[in-house]
Design a protein around this ligand. Structure first.
Ligand SMILES: Nc1ccn([C@@H]2O[C@H](COP(=O)(O)OP(=O)(O)OP(=O)(O)O)[C@@H](O)[C@H]2O)c(=O)n1
Ligand SMILES: C[C@](O)(CO)[C@H](O)COP(=O)(O)O
Length: 231
């Protein structure tokens, strides 16, 4: 793997409907500045990351126009209707000379608390395994509910993991896998799912549970608390 670092695609073209704010959640304030700036700061200051490709929504008037962060290039591209469309657009928008960088990372703009040590472990272990993702084994008993909201059965939780980001794959392989899913009309919820569908088994790298995806209004207070703890 290149020692000069990897590019990271940052999908930030979502609306944040579950947060329900007047503006997309990535621009809502978190500890005094837009959420997305915390995420980009954490990625851009990581020695394993060479550049950022931020994927923006149509008519995004809130992007602060960053072109550089911690001395690293920040590029932008227009995203699509689903997260997987945005990631594919980000991969296609990467500068041509990034082709030499075999692997790429993908990290949700909505996960500002990712730990730098976890990024480093993913880069090391993901490269050795041909691609992987951060995640965590399920730690609670798992129930399947019926339509009345009653628990019908307790599901086995062995070998069940929650998927986080960053996820790390070979750029060309990931682009092919996402394109193939799109051609089949399949909406994949993460990069690993696209790679699974193309026959690859991504390596699961255990990461901290506090790498939360800000998804609901209550997550802002939690993320604000976690920001300092996860530095
Ligand atoms: N068409 C989309 C949808 C999502 N995302 C990004 O993917 C990440 C994870 O998605 P999620 O948390 O589901 O964000 P939203 O789609 O914005 O949330 P919601 O489903 O509540 O609208 C976010 O950084 C989001 O901006 C994206 O780039 N393009
Ligand atoms: C990629 C991801 O963050 C892994 O958990 C997630 O799949 C994206 O969020 P969504 O809520 O499933 O759209």
């Amino acid at each position: 793997m290149s020692m000069s670092g990897l590019w990271c695609v940052v999908p930030a073209a979502g609306r944040g409907a579950r947060v329900g704010g007047d503006i997309p959640k990535q621009y809502l304030p978190l500890a005094g500045r837009p959420l997305i700036l915390h995420t980009l700061d954490r990625l851009g200051s990581h020695p394993g990351i060479a550049g950022l490709m931020v994927v923006l929504g149509a008519n995004d008037g809130l992007w602060p126009g960053l072109t550089e962060l911690h001395g690293k290039p920040v590029h932008t591209v227009l995203g699509g209707a689903e997260r997987c469309d945005s990631v594919l657009a980000g991969l296609r928008g990467l500068p041509a000379d990034v082709a030499g960088h075999d692997f790429v990372l993908v990290h949700d703009a909505a996960r500002p608390c990712v730990r730098k040590a976890d990024i480093a472990r993913l880069i090391a272990q993901g490269a050795a395994a041909g691609g992987g993702l951060l995640g965590a084994p399920l730690r609670d008993t798992l129930k399947r509910a019926n339509a009345d909201g009653r628990s019908e059965v307790t599901e086995p939780r062995d070998h069940r993991w929650r998927a986080f980001t960053p996820q790390m794959f070979r750029r060309a392989e990931l682009e092919r896998a996402l394109q193939s899913a799109a051609t089949q009309g399949v909406v994949v919820s993460d990069e690993a799912m696209a790679m699974e569908k193309s026959g690859f088994s991504p390596f699961l790298v255990e990461g901290a549970e506090d790498n939360i995806k800000v998804t609901t209004p209550a997550d802002f207070a939690l993320a604000e608390f976690l920001l300092e703890k996860t530095l």
